[in-house]
Unconditional design. Structure first.
Length: 150
């Protein structure tokens, strides 16, 4: 669907709007929708999904059993805060205040685009996360990508 990439430093205006970088918007293609869903990420960041990617992700989550405590709990936490946002004529989206507070976002942010989503980080949290890079990134890569022979 989408193969997003890039790291972008952006500012948020006083109303909570962020202008999506043109280079990032081009990655969505000319036929892309102007609708996105923003939600809480696993760490103190937000996730921004193009509506098509969100619809695919929710298909997975909607298959979880509402009779399983773990699966029901996951679904609740996954959906809480999910908000549809629309890109305006100035290529901006409005972030919900509650989500901004959750991620500690004020005026300076970083966008980290990969796979089919964009992480939205407060500048402070992003720099902290980057500083916590593993001492041996090569060893982590080997562990993550290790192939087992059958």
């Amino acid at each position: 669907m989408y193969k997003l990439s890039g790291e972008y430093e952006v500012k948020i205006d006083d109303r909570g709007r962020l202008r999506l970088p043109s280079v990032l918007l081009r990655q969505f293609g000319a036929s892309a929708s102007t609708r996105f869903v923003v939600n809480r990420g696993f760490e103190k960041c937000l996730l921004l999904y193009p509506i098509e990617a969100w619809d695919e992700k929710t298909k997975e989550v909607d298959q979880l059993s509402s009779y399983s405590t773990k699966e029901r709990t996951f679904a609740r936490f996954f959906y809480r805060g999910a908000t549809e946002v629309i890109v305006d004529g100035s290529e901006r989206i409005l972030l919900p205040k509650s989500l901004m507070e959750h991620a500690g976002i004020e005026h300076e942010i970083f966008l980290l685009a990969y796979q089919n989503k964009v992480e939205i980080w407060s500048k402070e949290n992003y720099l902290k996360m980057i500083d916590e890079e593993p001492d041996d990134f090569a060893a982590l890569a080997e562990e993550v990508f290790r192939r087992k022979d059958v």
